[in-house]
Design a protein around this ligand. Structure first.
Ligand code: HEM
Length: 440
């Protein structure tokens, strides 16, 4: 339970500092030391040049073998190993707090605060193991079946068309992320969650700040900004739940707040589940759309081929997901002793799964650095992960991307990137914050 407001206020700064310290400050110090020692995973997480272009580092790692020791445990660039670890019952996403030193446990308990919790904190389904994971996943799965997803098609198309109508009136250089790539996913997920679309600029602002909490070692100022955004999101969600309890609609959240007693989610579980859906719903798809436009601008012949034959968009979206994955990494912790790639992995060992590297594994994808929208096996990528945490919104993201990109290309076939795209300062997520284009 949260403390009463009168007591929580003076405590908040101390709690914020402790939360930051245990989640980011200490990891940052550790990562800095590991960078100095030449550790590759630490370099990926700290070095801006590697953030911009992680692919040479992935190849360096690949040359060292399928499972490489790093300061954070083990790391893999291998598609086969990544898939095996993600699907294995001997790995989980949770970690055993009871094994942590006493002061870490104290710091985690002291800093604990529902209103500041992010999408990668329990009980978010992303970071909990069965049986809780199974329970949460079952509750949301129904909203994402192929049939339920297909029903969204007209509304996605309508939203894309309205955004493009607005763009039609623009002249000169336009930021395609701000006006389109970010807008489409946030409007779609808002509809799915029964959230008023009028608040979308707030979500985009909050989401942009909060996405940083996925990366370890955040500087204090960025963490404070992220925490402020998370508090605003939780406050909004609390009101949203109250409204839907009074006036339920047909949306997923109305169903979640109205579950019968034996299935009902706790307040914290409800916040974690909806916050994850909201965040995952737009913070990733925006990257897929932006990355696609940049890649296809650099491969103009392929853009022209898609303008001429829009049936190629399905394959093109898979190739963008593979070549420039919007989520570059995830991780799992061994829950039992388990042999992986000829090596015994001990319980408690963390394996960093470099999805973006696995998607360029030459064992699976011939000439993997080549961007080719006609690649037959692009869909073998792990951009949506694998196993029980396989992205629940994968079908929706694919549909949004195909409709969003196809409609953009139909409306503006001569679109060109007209200035240097600005990358988001994120590691786990890979995409652009600004993308200057000329529409005609
Ligand atoms: C291009 C867009 C997207 C990409 C690349 C993406 C990627 C991913 C990845 C890699 C994971 C699993 C992480 C892990 O295994 O640790 C994941 C999980 C998840 N994604 Fe997505 N995602 C996208 C879009 C969406 C959308 C549109 C939604 C919701 C509407 C969504 C909701 C979720 C949820 C709820 C999970 C947690 C699933 C679980 O833990 O069982 N994602 N996503």
């Amino acid at each position: 339970m949260d403390s009463a407001p009168a007591r929580a206020l003076p405590l908040r700064p101390a709690r914020t500092v402790v939360r930051w310290g245990v989640r980011h400050g200490l990891p940052a110090a550790y990562l800095r030391r590991s960078v100095r020692a030449g550790d590759p995973v630490a370099r990926f997480l700290r070095d801006r040049a590697v953030r911009d272009d992680p692919f040479p580092l992935y190849e360096e790692l690949r040359a060292r073998g399928p499972l490489v020791p790093s300061s954070l445990g083990l790391a893999t660039t291998s598609h086969a190993v990544a898939r095996e670890v993600l699907r294995s019952e001997s790995f989980g996403v949770g970690w055993d707090r009871s094994a942590a030193p006493g002061w870490v446990r104290w710091a985690l308990a002291f800093g604990d605060d529902l209103d500041a919790s992010g999408v990668a904190e329990p009980p978010s389904m992303l970071v909990v193991d069965p049986p809780d994971h199974t329970r949460f996943r079952r509750l949301v799965n129904r909203a994402f079946t192929p049939r339920a997803t297909a029903q969204f098609e007209p509304s996605i198309q309508g939203t894309a068309d309205r955004l493009l109508d607005k763009l039609e009136r623009r002249t000169g250089e336009v930021d395609l992320v701000g006006t389109y790539a970010a807008q489409l996913p946030v409007l779609v997920i808002a509809e799915l969650l029964g959230v008023p679309t009028g608040r979308r600029e707030d979500f985009l602002r909050w989401g942009a700040a909060a996405a940083a909490t996925l990366d370890p070692g955040l500087p204090f100022r960025r963490y404070v900004a992220a925490e402020r955004a998370l508090r605003a999101m939780h406050a909004f969600l609390r009101q949203h739940f109250a409204r839907l309890r009074r006036e339920p609609g047909e949306d997923l959240v109305s169903r979640l707040v109205g579950l019968p007693e034996d299935e009902a989610l706790t307040e914290r579980e409800l916040h974690a589940t909806v916050m994850l859906l909201l965040g995952a719903g737009f913070e990733t798809t925006v990257n897929l759309l932006g990355n696609a436009v940049v890649l296809l601008d650099a491969h103009r012949d392929q853009w022209k081929a898609l303008v001429a034959d829009p049936s190629g968009w399905t394959g093109a979206v898979e190739e963008v997901l593979r070549h420039d994955s919007p989520v570059q990494l995830t991780g799992r912790t061994a829950t039992a002793a388990v042999p992986v790639a000829g090596r015994e992995v001990h319980p408690g060992t963390r394996v960093t799964v470099l999805l973006g590297a696995a998607n360029r594994d030459p064992e699976v994808f011939p000439d993997p650095a080549r961007f080719d929208i006609t690649r037959a096996d692009a869909r073998e990528h792990l951009a949506f992960s694998a196993g029980i945490h396989y992205c629940v919104g994968a079908g929706l993201a694919r549909l949004e991307a195909v409709i969003g990109l196809r409609s953009l290309a139909e409306r503006f076939p001569d679109l060109r990137v007209s200035g240097a795209p600005v990358r988001r300062d994120l590691r786990t997520l890979r995409g652009f914050e600004h993308l200057p284009v000329r529409l005609r």
